[in-house]
Design a binder for this molecule. Structure first.
Ligand code: BJW
Length: 244
C-alpha cells in the first residue's frame, strides 16, 4: 500500500494535506476524542462550545490554559516535519489543519490555513480584535481586552461558522488538488469531514493515514494504518528516492 501511495504522489501536481489531532499525538498532545482528551471529568466536546463559554468562561479558559501548558512544552514530531518537507517537494501544495495547537506553524510552513483557529490567539468578545496570548498560566482568568471586555480563545467552536475567507480558500484548494493526504483525524467534524468526499467527486485521489479505520476509510483510495510520525517520513523518503 505504501508503494501505491508513493507512486501516486510522484504523479501528483497539486498536493493537499488535511491534518487532525492525531498528527500531534506523538508530541504528547491529547487528541480531541481519545480518553486522554478528558480534563477534570469534562469531555472536550462539552467545553468547545459557545454555550459552555457563556455559562462559565473561567472553566473554559482553565481548560485552554491546561492545553496551552502541554502544547508549550511539546516538541515537533517527525509527522509535522515531514509535512513541511512535502511543501518543499511540490510547486503546488496546501495544508488545511484542524489543529489549534500552532505546531504546524512552528515548522515554518507557509501554505496553510488553521481552519479551527489557534489557541495562542484571543479575540475580544465585544469588538472582535485579536491578540496573541503567550503567557502560561495566564495572569488573570478570564483575560480582558484593552477595551475592558472579556477575551475568548480565537478558535471555532461547535455551532460556530468557519470564517468565510478560510472556508473559501479550502474550497479553492479542493478544486485544484489532484491528491489529498488526510492524516490523524477521526473525520467526524463538519465541514472538514466532507472535504475528502469533495476531492473524490472532482476526480482526486484520497490517501488516508491513521492508526485505525475511520469514517473516511470507506471512501479513501489508499488507507495506510500506522502512526503519522512513521508513515509521513516514509512517503517523503519514497518520493525523493523515486522521483526522476
Ligand atoms: C492518529 C495518531 C497517530 C491518534 N497517527 N493518527 C453537517 C452534518 C452534521 C453536523 C454538522 C454538519 N455541519 C455542521 C455540523 C455541526 C458541527 C459538527 O460537525 N458536528 C459533528 C460532531 C456531527 N460542526 C460545526 O459546528 C462547525 N461549524 C459549522 O459547520 O458551522 C455551520 C453550521 C453550524 C451548525 C449546524 C450546521 C452548520 C464548526 C466545527 C468546529 C470544530 N471545533 C473543534 C474545537 C476547536 C477548538 C479546540 O480545539 O479547542 O475542533 S471540535 C474538535 O474536533 C476540534 C478538532 O479540530 C475537530 C476534529 O477532531 P480531530 O482532529 O479529528 O480529532 P479526534 O480526536 O476526533 O481524532 C484524532 C484521530 O487521530 C483519531 O482518528 C485517531 O485514531 C488518530 N490518531 N494518534 C495517526 N499517532
Amino acid at each position: 500500500m505504501i508503494d501505491k501511495a508513493i507512486e501516486r504522489l510522484i504523479d501528483t501536481k497539486y498536493l493537499l494535506v488535511i491534518t487532525g489531532a492525531g498528527i500531534s499525538a506523538e508530541s504528547g498532545i491529547p487528541t480531541f476524542r481519545g480518553n486522554d482528551g478528558l480534563w477534570q471529568n469534562y469531555r472536550a466536546e462539552d467545553l468547545a462550545t459557545p454555550w459552555a463559554f457563556e455559562r462559565n468562561p473561567e472553566v473554559v479558559w482553565r481548560w485552554y490554559d491546561w492545553r496551552r501548558g502541554i502544547i508549550g512544552r511539546a516538541e515537533l514530531n517527525p509527522g509535522h516535519l515531514a509535512i513541511k518537507q512535502l511543501e518543499g517537494l511540490y510547486d503546488d501544495f496546501f495544508l488545511i489543519t484542524q489543529n489549534v495547537d500552532g505546531l504546524h506553524g512552528r515548522t515554518g510552513i507557509k501554505n496553510m490555513v488553521e481552519i479551527h483557529g489557534n489557541l495562542w490567539r484571543a479575540r475580544c468578545t465585544k469588538d472582535g480584535r485579536t491578540s496573541m496570548l503567550m503567557d502560561v498560566p495566564l495572569k488573570s482568568i478570564p483575560p480582558a481586552c484593552e477595551c475592558g471586555n472579556i477575551l475568548r480563545p480565537d478558535v471555532v467552536w461547535f455551532g460556530e461558522s468557519i470564517p468565510s475567507e478560510w472556508l473559501q480558500k479550502s474550497y479553492d484548494v479542493i478544486d485544484m488538488c489532484d491528491t489529498l493526504i488526510v492524516a490523524g483525524t477521526s473525520g467526524v467534524v463538519y465541514p472538514v469531514a466532507s472535504f475528502p468526499q469533495s476531492v473524490k467527486e472532482r476526480g482526486g485521489c484520497v490517501i488516508e493515514i491513521n492508526i485505525e479505520p475511520t469514517s473516511i476509510s470507506s471512501i479513501a483510495d489508499i488507507s495506510l494504518f500506522g502512526k503519522s510520525g512513521d508513515l509521513l517520513p516514509m512517503l517523503v523518503k519514497g518520493i525523493r528516492e523515486r522521483r526522476v
